[in-house]
Design a protein around this ligand. Structure first.
Ligand code: ATP
Ligand code: MG
Length: 171
């Protein structure tokens, strides 16, 4: 069967098994090594699914760390600088509504920083279209599983990278 020549590629996901926090940290380290200003990492997942663990490892994988990376549960935003890169770690669990993100200065963050966003669904239509989605879920072995999906114009080079490293061997 032939595909229509103009068919758009489906969004490709890559699954990573993360049996322990060290595995989460290894994934975070690989992504951090490619981080750029303007990146949006949307960290989905239930309470305790491992979003903060990922963000903490991501920040501390960058040169200039390690330092204490508290959960921004109450402050909503914590900012870091690693060399030339600014990183915002955001937890929107307590956000009243999408428009409150403007009061937090999120627009400035999208412009200047790499954004690690927990509970990104709280942003509704204000969640940037170009981003990397990371959906964390509980695995049966006590570990976690992360499904990564590049969205919008997320750079193709990292989509290839995801394919190579994914636990499921496909993209
Ligand atoms: N890959 C993993 N395997 C096993 N345990 C993990 C893994 N990643 C994180 N954890 C553990 O899960 C617990 C919760 O992690 P974390 O605080 O990162 O979750 P969270 O998604 O940020 O939760 P919240 O929604 O409350 O912000 C921690 O005790 C952490 O050590
Ligand atoms: Mg958290």
């Amino acid at each position: 069967m032939t595909q229509a020549a103009n068919a758009l590629p489906a969004a490709e996901s890559a699954v990573f098994d993360l049996p322990d926090e060290a595995a989460t940290a290894a994934l975070a380290g690989r992504l951090a090594a490619q981080a750029q200003r303007g990146d949006v990492y949307a960290l989905f997942g239930d309470l305790g699914a491992g979003k903060t663990s990922f963000a903490r490892a991501f920040i501390n994988a960058l040169p200039g760390g390690p330092e204490d990376v508290p959960s921004p549960t109450f402050t909503l935003v914590q900012t870091y600088r690693r060399g030339a890169l600014e990183i915002w770690h955001v937890d929107l669990y307590r956000l009243g509504g999408p428009e409150e993100s403007l009061e937090l200065g999120m627009e400035e963050g999208y412009d200047q920083a790499a954004m690690l966003i927990e509970w990104p669904e709280r942003l509704g239509a204000l969640l940037p279209e170009t981003r990397l989605d990371l959906a964390f879920a509980y695995a049966t072995d006590g570990g976690r599983r992360a499904t990564l999906t590049p969205r919008g114009a997320w750079r193709a080079s990292s989509a290839d990278w995801l394919k190579d490293f994914a636990s499921d061997g496909k993209a």
